[in-house]
Design a protein around this ligand. Structure first.
Ligand code: ATP
Ligand code: MG
Length: 434
């Protein structure tokens, strides 16, 4: 992509409406713009990063055996009346009346809708286990939308739903998702710690939140004083296929509720901290299948209500969490797996023929090799170009200037380490396409 043809509205000043660094940087880097409270437009750079995050979530869901589908954003209120949640959900639910005076709603989650699909189609244990997910926009009329995409009203969520014939099988499905979550967040460079959680209004008896520790996080968490780091891949190796989640040295409570401000609730051997909830998984048995009459025939011929779990990832919130975890005073530092572009190619002097010829050549080689490259081909001065590249945080910057070219070299800068290496064009292209 040529920057001269792109839409990247950079903000130089610190936006006054943003209280936390990820929100400030997403605005400044031209990733998002608020359209109304808690509702955002995703500008091209933001959308590109969002798609990368979404792709990792999708790959890991598929690898764990979940099947992608797509349910609508707008739902009929009837199912929610049947489950009893139409009244329980309260003011967070955006209620809509259509032209025929039918009660509709913008889905805050999809347990009812998926259970309705299941009960109409599935009759036998032979169709199980089944796990289906979608990645779809949700709406929750949050009382205090804030921190940009971290607590939006409209936000992108991956939600999966598992169906099993027995509790034992249901817990296996839960554990499979648990491992998929560890893998998902690790691939984004995040240390997301699974913490035993309250099941809350979704109900049920087994639940974990995945928390990224951050001072700006909204969740208040308590953790084992012995904790000194977490390696999800090592944990995964330990779990094996039919894992039982980690000793639970973790508990978590919401900052939004009052009870946890009581220091009595924090036992002496636990540290108190703050974190961002990026995922939440539940095993809730037959709560919804009973309410909505979703049953299957077992191998012994008896009918049983299907055992269900639900598994959410805050896809849009993850963008904020990744930036909270990875930035410096100059801007974002994208982990390569989710970077909107892998490399920024900086032409220091677009008016210099040698510079432009070399840049065009590098640009077409990188494009041909399928490398995501943002070519800084505007006539802004060099200082502005460097500041902009640091701000948007692409993993690599390839700097082409007249002085280096005289010696046959360009400069490759690593955004995370700040290391700069001079090398030939061929060596630089080889490194970036390796
Ligand atoms: P929270 O306690 O933060 O409100 P929740 O428990 O209500 O979250 P779930 O219903 O479990 O959230 O939704 C699954 C995931 O969706 C959460 O783990 C979180 O990452 C994300 N999420 C929930 N609410 C929002 C929101 N308002 N804005 C952005 N992401 C959200
Ligand atoms: Mg919530």
């Amino acid at each position: 992509m040529r920057l001269s043809r792109y839409f990247l509205p950079i903000i130089k000043e610190t936006p006054s409406e943003a209280q936390i660094v990820s929100h400030r940087l997403m605005l400044r880097a031209g990733m998002i713009r608020q359209s109304s409270s808690g509702i955002y437009s995703w500008l091209p750079l933001g959308l590109k990063a969002l798609k990368k995050v979404e792709a990792i979530v999708r790959e890991e869901q598929n690898a764990a055996g979940a099947i992608e589908m797509l349910m609508p954003t707008i739902q009929s209120a009837d199912l929610w009346k049947e489950s009893g949640r139409y009244d329980d959900y309260g003011a967070e639910m955006l209620r809509i009346t259509d032209r025929h005076q039918r009660d509709m709603l913008y889905g805050p989650t999809n347990e009812e809708l998926i259970t309705d699909i299941f009960r109409r189609e599935v009759r036998s244990y032979k169709s199980l286990p089944l796990n289906m997910y979608h990645i779809q926009w949700k709406f929750r009329d949050e009382i205090r939308p804030r921190f940009g995409v971290m607590r939006g009203r409209e936000f992108l969520m991956k939600d999966a739903y598992s169906f099993d014939v027995s509790k034992e099988e249901g817990v296996k499905s839960y554990n499979r998702m648990f491992v998929a979550y560890l893998r998902t967040f690790a691939r984004m460079g995040l240390k997301a710690i699974p913490m035993r959680a309250d099941t809350g209004p979704i109900g049920g008896d087994l639940s974990h939140e995945f928390i990224v520790l951050a001072d700006t996080g909204e969740s208040e968490v308590f953790f084992d004083k012995a904790f000194d780091g977490f390696d999800p891949m090592a944990e995964k190796a330990e779990f094996g296929a039919d894992l039982q989640p980690i000793v639970d040295h973790w508990t978590s409570k919401y900052a939004a509720t009052d009870e946890m401000h009581d220091p009595e609730n924090c036992p002496a051997d636990l540290n108190e901290g703050r974190g961002i909830e990026v995922g939440h998984i539940f095993f809730f048995g037959d709560k919804y299948s009973k309410a909505l009459g979703a049953s299957v025939q077992r191998s012994d011929g008896e009918n049983t209500f299907v055992q269900m779990g639900s598994y959410g990832v805050g896809v849009s919130r993850l963008l904020g969490a990744i930036i909270e975890a990875s930035h410096d005073e100059n801007g974002i530092i994208w982990p390569e797996s989710v970077a909107p572009f892998k490399v920024g190619l900086i032409n220091m002097r677009v008016d210099d023929e040698a510079c432009s010829t070399v840049c065009e050549d590098i640009y077409s080689q990188l494009e041909a090799a399928g490398v995501d490259v943002l070519y800084e081909d505007t006539n802004e001065r060099a200082g502005g170009k460097f500041a902009k590249m640091d701000l948007i945080g692409l993993p690599w910057q390839l700097v082409v200037g007249p002085r280096g070219l005289k010696n046959g070299v360009v400069e490759l800068k690593n955004r995370a380490s700040g290391d700069r290496i001079e090398m030939t064009v061929e060596a630089a292209v080889a490194k970036l396409t390796a």
